[in-house]
Design a protein around this ligand. Structure first.
Ligand code: GTB
Length: 215
């Protein structure tokens, strides 16, 4: 059976691959599994049928036979557990890959996502500059830790894993901020991931949705 995911019918990021369905699309491509996509309007995302699967009225979701999931990290993990290609077989290496999945979503993503929200929602507030600077400082420290760990390696723990996949989708939100350029090994890490054929296919698929909607 082919899994179905949900995605924005018209992504506010204009096909830049920043919406979180990109993580699922990329994971499916890495493990060589087909997937279907149900495109959703903002209105449909808040209707009972979708809320029954995603209680917060968001995308993405995943449905396959008798299982329905939300939370992009949980879904990537589910895909990675069911198919080879995103988690090592060796137990310790697998645990470390899962650790990096959590690091991406728990340690890096919160301040990076907050920064995006502040830039969109709080630009006219008196605290805007101060808040942005404070978040920039927190993010900088996290990036420094990540950059030191990565060093000259290609991936966070020897071979590409779901940890890298999630980390790169989180870091891409900082493109254009200057923070990645200040840490060239992180910029190169993202470029290396974006050059993967699976990434390219996933990116093209989500961009095609935006292009068709913009028509
Ligand atoms: N923790 C959840 C997960 O990882 O699945 C978060 C899901 C989530 O934030 N979904 C967003 C959503 O549905 C889309 S991805 N938002 C609509 C709503 O809450 O009503 C986040 C996102 C949105 C927009 C951009 N963008 O424009 O660049 C990027 C990412």
């Amino acid at each position: 059976m082919t899994a179905t995911i949900t995605a924005f019918e018209r992504s506010p990021d204009r096909g830049n691959g920043l919406a979180r369905d990109m993580r699922l699309r990329w994971a499916f491509e890495e493990v060589g599994q087909p997937y279907d996509v149900r495109l959703m309007s903002f209105k449909a995302m808040k209707q009972p049928a979708h809320l029954a699967i995603q209680p917060f009225g968001q995308i993405p979701t995943y449905e396959d036979g008798d299982i329905a999931l939300f939370e992009s990290g949980a879904i990537v993990f589910h895909i990675a557990e069911r198919h080879k290609g995103l988690l090592p077989d060796e137990a310790n290496a697998r645990a470390r890959a899962i650790m990096w999945m959590f690091a991406a979503l728990n340690t890096l993503e919160p301040p990076i996502f907050d920064r995006s929200l502040v830039r969109i929602l709080e630009r006219d507030k008196p605290w805007y500059e101060e808040r942005l600077a404070a978040l920039g400082e927190i993010i900088g420290k996290r990036l420094d830790g990540l950059s030191s760990h990565l060093g000259a390696a290609d991936w966070l723990d020897r071979t590409f894993s779901a940890g890298d996949l999630l980390m790169v989708t989180v870091l891409r939100r900082l493109q254009g901020s200057g923070m990645l350029e200040e840490r060239p090994n992180l910029a190169a890490y993202i470029a290396r991931a974006e050059a993967r054929p699976a990434y390219q296919r996933a990116f093209a698929a989500q961009l095609a949705v935006f292009t068709a909607a913009a028509g």
